[in-house]
Design a protein around this ligand. Structure first.
Ligand code: ADP
Ligand code: MG
Length: 147
């Protein structure tokens, strides 16, 4: 598998990570799948909120504690926001009907996608967010990789 097309962006506050998401949201195409990987509190939901705004979604986007999938229909494309942090077994994704999302005409984004590697599609955009406390509390290193 090739590892071309890795882009690294550094941000120094939540508004910059939001703005990156917003820019990517404006460029989203039907059927795209984004995976978001990074520790608790690193900024996955901040990025997701920006991406949703870029899709034209105005209602608030959060990570609901006990809901794996939230669907937003009001934007330019349907937006399927998964947060699988609390998933017990990958079969829960089947029950939710993830395939209709991943292989449909909307945009899917999966927070904690590293917990469900077996169901990721062949092509997706992998976003990894990391802290580096030596560079400051609000510093984030965000890598965007097309796979
Ligand atoms: P996650 O979804 O990864 O658990 P959240 O997006 O809910 O994390 O929370 C990220 C927290 O980190 C927020 O409180 C946000 O204000 C803060 N933060 C500080 N700096 C940044 C940054 N550069 N990018 C994103 N979030 C940041
Ligand atoms: Mg989150």
């Amino acid at each position: 598998m090739s590892d071309n097309n890795i882009e690294v962006i550094e941000t120094n506050g939540p508004e910059e990570t939001y703005a990156l998401g917003e820019k990517m949201g404006r460029a989203c195409r039907p059927g795209q799948v984004y995976t978001l990987i990074g520790d608790l509190g690193v900024g996955k939901t901040v990025f997701t909120q920006g991406l949703a705004a870029g899709l034209g979604i105005r209602e608030p986007v959060n990570s609901p504690t006990f809901t794996i999938l939230q669907v937003y229909e009001e934007g330019r494309l349907p937006f399927y926001h998964f947060d699988v942090y609390r998933i017990g077994d990958v079969s829960e994704m089947d029950e939710i009907g993830y395939e209709d999302c991943f292989y449909g005409q909307g945009v899917s984004l999966i927070e904690w996608a590293n917990l469900v590697p077996e169901i990721l599609p062949e092509h997706y955009i992998r976003i990894t967010i990391e802290k580096d406390l030596q560079k400051g509390f609000d510093y984030r290193r965000i890598s965007v990789e097309e796979r």
